[in-house]
Unconditional design. Structure first.
Length: 288
């Protein structure tokens, strides 16, 4: 029997590539987690915000990736039993977290995310990578919630173009052109709710036209059978069960913010992830 998702929800996920919304945290818990994140920002600067790496500047925005290794509150959040129960319903009892990504759009921002499929860029070979997109502020049509193209996870990989567009929050401005927007579905979320989707699913989001920040955390869960196929090394955190294959170096869980052992692993993993993301990129081909 499923632990969290109904049989109908699981069938929807298999058919459309997504299921939403799922309540994970109460509104008060989501507010507290947001406050913790913003306290870190106030102390250390806008470490999670709209900066993205550019060629020649590989460390810009490095805290956006695998930040669960740096901050204890995030290490605890991605272990939340309701999230893991939901993921277990889809991929089984042995669960790794490959990475976390922050997508924060400031109020009245021009930043957006173009149509793309994550499997084209991450080098993770599996049919079972589940993205859990957790909202810490309202994700609405106005604030630029996730938009998906249902069923696109079943198609062959769609062609992407690297645009390097200034306001695109993706590393390369990677874009699928010619999407039929009339078929897109908006996944609106309240704080503490999550959307789950297959990493092969085409998705995007518009700019934030609201007066509040749109704060979202993408958590990427995989089974131990997954492999990194474009790099010689990669890491992941064991969330539940056992690592049956040893395809990823297991990451230490931080005992406190900026735990030295976790920081050292983060630096190595962040550098490797950037190599993976830019694999095959052609900066000189930027679109006008």
């Amino acid at each position: 029997m499923p632990k969290v998702l109904t049989e109908t929800a699981i069938a929807e996920y298999r058919e459309t590539g997504a299921h939403s919304p799922v309540r994970v945290f109460s509104p008060d818990e989501a507010t507290a987690l947001r406050a913790a994140v913003e306290a870190h920002e106030a102390e250390r600067g806008p470490i999670f915000t709209e900066n993205r790496p550019r060629p020649g500047d590989p460390f810009q925005g490095s805290y956006r990736f695998k930040s669960h290794l740096l901050f204890k509150c995030l290490a605890d959040a991605i272990l939340h039993p309701r999230i893991l129960d939901m993921v277990e319903d889809l991929i089984g009892p042995n669960i790794l977290c490959w990475t976390t990504h922050w997508f924060i759009k400031e109020a009245n921002s021009t930043k957006f995310v173009s149509w793309h499929q994550d499997n084209n860029y991450w080098g993770v070979e599996t049919d079972d990578l589940v993205s859990v997109w957790l909202a810490l502020s309202p994700a609405t049509l106005e604030s630029g919630c996730i938009r998906i193209l249902p069923g696109s996870h079943k198609q062959a990989a769609l062609e992407h173009v690297d645009t390097w567009a200034e306001d695109n929050m993706l590393t390369r401005g990677q874009t699928i052109e010619g999407i039929d927007e009339s078929k897109a579905v908006n996944l609106e979320l309240a704080p503490g709710e999550a959307a789950i989707f297959d990493y092969r699913l085409a998705h995007a989001s518009h700019a934030n036209r609201s007066d509040d920040r749109r704060i979202g955390l993408g958590i990427r869960y995989i089974p131990p059978t997954a492999r990194q196929v474009v790099a010689d090394w990669d890491s992941a955190s064991l969330m539940r069960g056992v690592d049956t294959h040893g395809n990823f170096e297991l990451e230490p869980k931080p005992s406190r913010d900026f735990d030295p052992a976790a920081v050292a692993l983060h630096e190595k993993a962040d550098a490797m992830q950037r190599q993976i993301y830019y694999q095959g990129a052609k900066p000189g081909q930027a679109a006008e």
